[in-house]
Design a protein around this ligand. Structure first.
Ligand code: FES
Length: 163
């Protein structure tokens, strides 16, 4: 299908600095092309642990982490379902839609934290990876105010003996 595209968007931004289509591949084979009707945004991720900055385009209806991986960009993750917070970032500028981010509280979202595995770009974005377990401790640290629990092998042995 041929699309007639204007040379600028409604907002006066030139369209030529944006990708016109996205090719999707599965096991190295091209399986489809997405038309330019879906908006996309430039995402810049400062990976503080690895000391690198990634910049890539993400369609508005695609998860940021998945899109990065499809472009051979590796970012921190674990569960990939919005629960563990391993992929959490601090938003430096821009907005992320994250209605499926169950692992992060509304309070932390309002403070600028987001999960890339279930996050969609709502604008051009600049984010930075968190310190290890930063979001986890911000959310749950008050429940562990006495610090990590030490393993008690004797109590464990007693408990196992009861079964
Ligand atoms: S990878 Fe677990 S919350 Fe994103």
């Amino acid at each position: 299908m041929n699309l007639l595209l204007p040379s600028t968007s409604l907002y006066g931004k030139p369209l030529l600095d944006r990708p016109l289509s996205f090719k999707w591949r599965r096991n190295g084979e091209r399986v489809g092309v997405r038309a330019a009707s879906i908006g996309s945004h430039k995402v810049r991720v400062h990976d503080r642990q690895r000391g690198v900055v990634h910049e890539f385009w993400v369609p508005e209806d695609q998860y940021i982490l998945h899109t990065a991986e499809s472009q051979n960009i590796s970012l921190p993750f674990a569960c990939r379902h919005g629960c563990c917070t391993s992929c959490a970032v601090r938003i430096k500028s821009g907005q992320i839609k994250q209605p499926e981010a169950l692992g992060i509280s509304a309070e932390l979202k309002s403070k600028g934290y987001a999960l890339l595995c279930v996050g969609f770009p709502a604008s051009d974005l600049e984010v930075e990876t968190q310190d290890e377990d930063e979001v986890y401790w911000l959310q749950f640290g008050r429940y562990f105010a006495r610090g990590p629990i030490e393993r008690d092998d004797y109590a464990l042995e007693l408990a196992m003996g009861d079964e």
